[in-house]
Design a protein around this ligand. Structure first.
Ligand code: FES
Length: 166
């Protein structure tokens, strides 16, 4: 399943509510300079991601070109145009982690979760990514789930850790 279909689609009512909230956010920030990034942040928080339709809405509401909105969305990696999982897994593949088993962790998770790198699991639980270094080189290999860093991980520990997030 692709990331686009991984998360349940919002109902029409939820969608309308989200758009109304986003319109309020835009109203609130409209007079502040350089507010586009904050607005996009809040819009992503409210809606879950930033599909083209929503970018067009923001562009119209802010009276700025769509290319400006899309440019910011594509520039920052924390913006996503497709639905993300409830949790984000980032396996470190920096040098220390790579040589101490990071690649095995990636392979194990791909197999266990049945998800490609950059993808989201069918049940919408996890988006799966890799990172370069997450600052735990001394206790490699390491990976993160959301903001929590797990160090000296091996495949035996992984199931237990993942179990906490279902
Ligand atoms: S290389 Fe993995 S934490 Fe630094």
């Amino acid at each position: 399943m692709t990331a686009e279909t991984a998360k349940e689609a919002l109902s029409l009512e939820e969608k309308e509510r989200a758009y109304a909230q986003i319109a309020n956010v835009i109203d609130l920030y409209r007079r502040k300079e350089d507010s586009l990034v904050q607005i996009l942040h809040l819009a992503q928080e409210i809606y879950g991601h930033l599909p083209l339709e929503l970018q067009q809405f923001i562009s119209r509401e802010m009276n700025i070109p769509l290319s400006q909105v899309s440019g910011v969305v594509s520039f920052y990696s924390f913006f996503s145009t497709v639905p993300r999982g409830r949790h984000t897994i980032r396996v470190c593949l920096g040098t220390a982690c790579y040589v101490r088993g990071g690649k095995k962790i990636v392979e194990y998770l791909q197999d266990k979760l049945q998800v490609e790198l950059g993808g989201t699991t069918d049940d919408g639980s996890f988006t799966f990514e890799v990172a370069r270094c997450i600052g735990a080189c001394g206790l490699a290999p390491a990976f993160m789930i959301d903001d929590t860093v797990y160090k000296q991980v091996n495949v035996n520990k992984l199931d237990k850790i993942l179990g906490q997030y279902y």
